[in-house]
Design a protein around this ligand. Structure first.
Ligand code: ADP
Length: 260
């Protein structure tokens, strides 16, 4: 199983990734963790990334693309992986698509954890306060100002990936505002596996289904036409994004070649 988890800082990607790792026996590939390890080890990538990460900005695409490309080629990723924090830009998504194709691999899905932007900062501030109370060392970018910047960057550079993957037909959106087990169940259902959802939730779902009246045929035709129009305009945007991405993809290739 090969998955991408998409969502802003504080959406719960790490928590859900860990559970998916256990459930499916796959590895979690967090570019944030890999970069932090590089910073700690003082490698050349770490030296380049440190200040950028401390500001809450994005590390250049060529660096992260090279890291991921090396990492997914390792034996423990053969059974599958879950990408957490990558791709974060359209060029990274294009580069990922290319590297998977070259390796003859396919994505099983892109899970978007949708959260209300208004509560994001509050959530992360709570997380920081809890970590402090437990006496844990905080990440150098875990402070309110840098967090704001990380959320802004998510909206500017990463949120367009929602449309990108929707267009590819890979997107599965899950409500990230629900409790951890509820989000986990929704992810399982989105992936088509056993959801192990509580009987209560199943009953609620079937009641909701019954309560929603079927659309009359005429309305269906109208919404089909509207969907077609929307797909067309997204396709236009998508190909524009892909063109922009190609250039960065080339840069990515050059980056990883330079490292060899
Ligand atoms: P968050 O909890 O904000 O989602 P991460 O642990 O995923 O944070 O990432 C921390 C930092 O590492 C980011 O703010 C960014 O500087 C850098 N980083 C991680 N992944 C990427 C990526 N795919 N592209 C560029 N920069 C990245």
């Amino acid at each position: 199983m090969r998955l991408i988890l998409l969502g802003p800082p504080g959406a719960g990607k790490g928590t859900q990734a860990q559970r998916l790792v256990e459930k499916h026996g796959i590895v979690q590939l967090s570019t944030g963790d890999m970069l932090r390890a590089a910073v700690k080890a003082g490698t050349s990538v770490g030296l380049r990334a440190k200040d950028i990460m401390d500001r809450g900005e994005l590390v250049p695409d060529d660096i992260v693309v090279a890291i991921v490309s090396d990492r997914i080629a390792q034996p423990d990723a053969r059974k599958g992986f879950i990408l957490d924090g990558f791709p974060r830009t359209v060029p990274q998504a294009v580069a990922l698509g290319r590297m998977l194709k070259e390796k003859g691999l396919k994505l099983d899905g892109v899970i978007e954890l949708k959260v209300d932007p208004g509560i994001l900062l509050k959530r992360i501030e709570n997380r920081i306060a809890e970590a402090k109370a437990r006496g844990e060392t905080l990440r150098s970018d875990d402070d309110p100002e840098k967090l704001k910047r990380r959320v802004e960057i998510y909206h500017d550079q990463t949120a367009p990936l929602v449309d990108y993957y929707r267009l590819e037909g890979a997107l599965k959106t899950v409500d990230g505002m629900a409790s951890i087990p509820e989000v986990a169940g929704a992810i399982d259902r989105a992936l088509g596996g056993s959801s192990k959802s509580s009987p209560k939730a199943a009953a609620r779902k079937s009641a909701e289904k019954k309560a929603v009246p079927k659309k009359p045929a005429a309305k269906k035709a109208v919404s089909r036409a509207a969907a077609k129009g929307a797909r067309k305009s997204l396709a236009k945007r998508g190909s524009k994004m892909a063109r922009a991405g190609k250039a960065a993809g080339r840069a990515g290739k050059a980056g990883s070649a330079a490292r060899r």
